[in-house]
Design a protein around this ligand. Structure first.
Ligand SMILES: [Zn+2]
Length: 490
């Protein structure tokens, strides 16, 4: 990360671990020891953990910069490489298949190219890393001392409004999808443009959007609610039969960012059984940094500089100038604001653990996708500092292991089990689907006939308040709704 550290800042960083161990919350130590004490219990916990990070934007670097994970690069250039992964003891990373909206007309192709770039890395380093597609795959890779690479799509627009493409992405190995990125798509609202009156919104999700969630449940692709609007969030939770994740979101109570999650949302996650993976980005975890960096004049200045660069460096084939090409400008711009202390990040983890519960919090760094990180976290190699800070706050070994990866593994297994159940149900039974019921109502089947069919075949869906409202709108009688609820319970 090109944050242009000053020298005193660097000294502070290298001494951070020890200083914190000796005197928590005081960063006054001057000595900069190069080795960490072996007997540190926090480090022992860290080394024994299966660590899962659910969001890193490195694939753009693979694809647009021809970056190889085997290169040990300075932190000013990138947050992740195989050497740093080893130092940070990272077990699994979800590489983000982030489709910039600029690729309009070619979303799916861009996604495919990014997916290919991750496979290419795994093929180049078979001794150190492996592709993984399930919780068991992650655990197996960990046992073999290999780094597990997974993929998540960032931005539902990547499926180009085609449920078949969603299935194809699953077949290619994609295991989560954020319903939106910062842009509202044709079936779900985003928090990124919810205030923009020029964008056509849907009050959350359209019927197709809800079908996307149902199909993700059936496939075993984790529903990711990072980036979505509040209405989309609550609707996704109503529709989803499996736990959902926020792959990289922090707390709005602590840092007032619309992309962060309110305490009410955190409590809804507890009920859903999902997990909130805390984002490390300075503007999402520190109110001072957020305020300083949201100065409209300064933003205008940065955007003008980025636009000027794009105009001056057009691609011969007409393809968009990517985020990676202008990242240096953005990093330099971000460096004018002082980095928040590591404490800000730990406060967010702590808050989510307290409000949502210790079983519902994890790590979603956003490495290689953000222009500023808190002090001490320069790359994935610094993950042990998070464990040390949590230990300092009194978190037990068991709790820390949950945060570092245990919670995510549980959710992934539950998503897989739900998919298996849904697939079995649809294959093994002749139970009526929601679509069957809708078809019968459209064909004006009488209430008596409808109830007869329901009692004979049963139904394979949960009659959520949402389904109930939809059927009521189609004039389905309450007695038929009661029959459905009973048939499901049998
Ligand atoms: Zn993101």
């Amino acid at each position: 990360m090109n944050l242009k550290h000053s020298l005193p800042c660097l000294l502070l960083l290298t001494s951070f671990a020890l200083a914190q161990h000796a005197a928590p919350h005081k960063k006054t130590a001057k000595a900069a020891p190069t080795t960490r004490p072996k007997a540190d219990p926090a480090l022992a916990i860290h080394q024994s953990a299966l660590i899962v990070d659910t969001h890193a934007d490195t694939p753009q670097r693979f694809l647009d910069e021809n970056f190889d994970l085997g290169q040990n690069t300075p932190v000013s250039e990138g947050h992740i490489d195989l050497e740093k992964i080893k130092q940070g003891n990272l077990g699994a990373e979800f590489f983000s298949i982030w489709v910039e909206p600029e690729f309009k007309g070619h979303y799916a192709q861009r996604a495919m190219d990014l997916i290919d770039s991750v496979y290419q890395q795994a093929a180049r380093h078979p001794d150190k890393m492996t592709m993984a597609f399930s919780a068991d795959d992650i655990a197996r890779a960990h046992d073999q001392h290999k780094f597990a690479a997974l993929m998540g799509i960032e931005g539902g627009h990547a499926i180009e409004n085609d449920i078949r493409l969603l299935r194809d992405f699953y077949r290619l190995g994609v295991r989560y999808m954020t319903l939106t990125w910062s842009n509202t798509n044709e079936w779900a609202d985003s928090s990124g443009d919810i205030q923009n009156p020029n964008v056509k919104h849907h009050n959350g999700m359209t019927d197709f959007g809800k079908d996307v969630v149902r199909e993700m449940n059936r496939l075993g692709m984790i529903v990711d609610i990072s980036h979505v609007s509040d209405a989309t969030f609550y609707q996704a939770l109503l529709v989803s039969q499996a736990p959902v994740i926020a792959s990289h979101s922090s707390s709005r109570e602590l840092t007032n960012q619309p992309r962060n999650m309110t305490d009410d949302m955190l409590r809804a996650m507890t009920k859903n059984g999902g997990v909130v993976m805390v984002n490390f980005y300075s503007a999402f975890i520190d109110e001072n940094y957020r305020k300083a960096s949201s100065d409209p004049e300064k933003i205008k200045q940065r955007d003008a500089e980025v636009e000027a660069y794009k105009k001056a460096h057009p691609h011969a084939d007409g393809s968009p100038v990517t985020y990676d090409e202008t990242a240096a400008i953005e990093k330099k711009w971000a460096a004018q604001f002082p980095r928040p202390p590591l404490k800000s990040l730990i406060d967010h983890i702590d808050h989510v653990a307290k409000v949502a519960g210790i079983d519902h919090v994890g790590l979603g760094s956003d490495f290689d996708g953000v222009t500023s990180l808190p002090e001490g976290i320069d790359s994935v190699a610094d993950l042990p500092k998070i464990t040390q800070a949590l230990y300092q706050r009194g978190y037990t070994r068991e709790q820390i292991l949950k945060i570092l990866g245990g919670n995510f593994m549980r959710v992934m297994r539950e998503v897989e089990a739900t998919a298996k159940r849904l697939q079995n149900e649809s294959q093994m039974s002749d139970a009526l689907t929601f679509a069957d019921i809708e078809l019968m109502t459209a064909n004006r089947v009488s209430t008596t006939q409808l109830i007869q069919s329901i009692n004979q075949h049963g139904v394979n869906f949960e009659l959520t308040p949402e389904c109930r409202a939809r059927l009521r709108a189609e004039k389905v009688d309450d007695s038929a709704l009661d029959a459905m609820a009973k048939a499901r319970r049998k």
